[in-house]
Design a protein around this ligand. Structure first.
Ligand SMILES: N[C@@H](CCC(=O)N[C@@H](CS)C(=O)NCC(=O)O)C(=O)O
Length: 141
């Protein structure tokens, strides 16, 4: 059984979708970010960085955070979602890594500066709009 600690948010959805897609049994633990539950000691013992999602696989004792690491783990555990053939496998890992390092973080910054930031800083808005547009253009290509 896998314990999933998550919130209704983009990085959280990735782990939930993978668990559902792989039909793995799991227990869902809601970590309420608005209430600061991700900063409490019990959650920080799973992820010292205080970010969801995190999983604990009770079968193996493995504790993981970082959504891309969780996706790789679940793929390896089930032998699904990740090709076995070397070229295809690395093609998938390359795009997973692209998403994890070149898409997710800059999209997060764009949403922050465009929508949530109290102060609207044109230079920051322009920068993250340009960086996300570049990344989307790569995906379109
Ligand atoms: N690189 C991490 C990012 C995780 C992340 O930023 N999660 C957000 C929710 S989508 C979070 O926990 N935010 C709480 C905070 O920043 O305080 C991953 O892919 O898992």
């Amino acid at each position: 059984m896998i314990d999933l600690y998550t919130e209704s948010s983009p990085n959280g959805f990735k782990a939930t979708i993978a668990l559902e897609e792989l039909a793995l049994p799991y227990r869902l633990h809601h970590v309420n970010i608005d209430k600061g539950e991700h900063r409490r000691p019990e959650f920080l013992s799973l992820n010292p960085h205080g970010r969801i999602p995190a999983i604990v696989d009770r079968e193996t004792g493995i504790i993981l955070f970082e959504s891309a690491a969780i996706l790789l783990y679940l793929a390896e555990k089930t032998g699904r979602l990740l090709p076995k053939e070397q070229r295809a496998r690395w093609e998938a890992i390359k795009w997973l890594q692209f998403h994890a390092s070149s898409m997710g973080p800059i999209l997060g910054q764009r949403v922050h500066f465009e929508i949530f930031a109290d102060e609207k800083i044109p230079a920051a808005i322009d920068r993250y709009r340009r960086l996300t547009d570049d990344a989307f253009a790569v995906l379109d290509g």
